[in-house]
Design a protein around this ligand. Structure first.
Ligand SMILES: *Cc1c(COP(=O)(O)O)cnc(C)c1O
Length: 379
């Protein structure tokens, strides 16, 4: 038996869309990419959307477009996927970590101002596991100190905080369409912004430094090839057409987990802040009690064919960050503790209720077994 962690659901509609692209030799025109960008403008109500080849490229272009350079400080979270910090390092900026909120796992907004210095240029918060940030408050802090805001919404398309959709309140935001995300184009990403200059710069840098709508062989500046293809965009359009259905179906999986996990000892369920008016679940992450060895539980479940993951190993504990910044677990105690205790359960739209029952049963058995080992160990 094998229960997959993530498992993208590609429907016949999507396959048909891609087929049409191939048959109509629509492949090189960029028209599907434009239509995919339009989906985002319509869905979020933003002025500009720039499709890119992955979320990491999108974050990198926003860092460049905001002019962040060597020595500039960017306030961000240590509890995220590494790309949200790497994009700062690509331009030799300095990531300044702020510990997280113990419930939401998002950056602790009340601690941001303490870390602002003369060198701070921007705040780069992340909507972790789909939980939308308190963007009105982050924006208030940014305006007060004249800082830019890049929202990493790679895990949170469609989530809303007090009715505000992720990606709409910063200077720019990025979504990702990697295989495990709510919608996928295999690899892919989208930058969104309401700022014309940022949009122009991102669009130019995405395509080898060509100015927007200008001649193919004129290069205004050093750029990249971070373009998305029409075939990928076709996959994306088709999923954006049923985005609400996707978010609802993911909510149903989360609801099933919540119900079935409610009697399991030693488990803290995911928290959703009361101001979250809509949650777009990326993954379902539980916390194990301090006295339960997470890695042993993980190994037991993997051996039983249940694919779980230790989301995240915090960024301040990644070897290359420790080497460069000498960061220690004690520096960000909440993120370190959550990183030691978190367990992401199989979460995808193919999972059945029977499979969820199996995951929960095996999890309970794993916890009991690991506790028993722990107890023997202390005798
Ligand atoms: C997935 C992800 C990214 C990067 O996306 P890619 O498309 O894989 O490059 C960035 N930040 C966060 C928080 C993510 O989860």
């Amino acid at each position: 038996m094998k229960i997959n962690f993530s498992d993208p659901l590609i429907t016949n509609d999507e396959i048909e869309m891609v087929n049409q692209i191939l048959k109509n030799s629509w492949v090189k025109g960029g028209e599907a990419v434009k239509a995919f960008e339009q989906c985002f403008k319509d869905y979020l109500g933003v002025k500009y959307a720039i499709a890119v080849n992955n979320g990491t490229s999108g974050l990198h272009l926003l860092i460049k477009a905001l002019g962040i350079k060597e020595g500039d400080e960017v306030i961000t979270t240590p509890f995220s996927f590494v790309a949200s910090t790497n994009c700062i390092l690509f331009e030799r900026g300095k990531p300044v970590f702020v510990d997280i909120d113990a419930n939401t796992f998002n950056i602790d907004v009340s601690k941001i101002e303490d870390k602002i210095t003369e060198k701070t240029k921007a705040i780069l918060p992340v909507d972790v596991f789909g939980q939308p940030l308190d963007m009105p408050e982050i924006r208030r802090i940014a305006q007060k100190h004249d800082l830019k805001v890049i929202e990493d919404s790679c895990e949170a398309i469609g989530s809303e905080y007090k009715g505000i959709k992720t990606g709409t309140l910063g200077d720019g935001a990025v979504f990702s369409f990697y295989l495990n995300k709510q919608i996928t184009t295999g690899e892919g990403g989208m930058i969104v912004t309401n700022d014309e200059n940022i949009a122009k710069l991102c669009s130019c840098l995405r395509s080898q430094g060509r100015p927007m709508n200008e001649s193919w062989l004129l290069h205004e500046t050093l750029g990249y090839n971070y373009r998305l293809s029409d075939m990928q965009a076709a996959l994306g359009i088709s999923q954006m057409n049923r985005i609400e259905k996707i978010i609802q179906s993911r909510q149903l999986v989360a609801d099933l987990y919540r119900k079935k996990l409610s009697n399991i000892e030693g488990v803290t369920q995911p928290f959703v802040h009361e101001d979250v008016t809509k949650m777009s679940w990326f993954i379902y992450v539980i916390l194990l009690d301090e006295d339960v060895n997470r890695n042993m539980v993980l190994e037991y479940l993997l051996a039983e064919g249940i694919e779980c993951k230790p989301y995240f190993m915090p960024i301040h504990l990644q070897p290359y960050i420790v080497e460069q910044f000498k960061t220690k677990a004690e520096d960000f105690p909440v993120a370190s503790s959550v990183g030691r205790r978190s367990l992401a359960l199989p979460f995808n739209l193919r999972i059945t209720e029977e499979e969820i029952d199996i995951v929960v049963k095996k999890l309970a058995a794993a916890i009991a077994k690991v506790k028993e080992c722990g107890a023997n160990h202390h005798e």
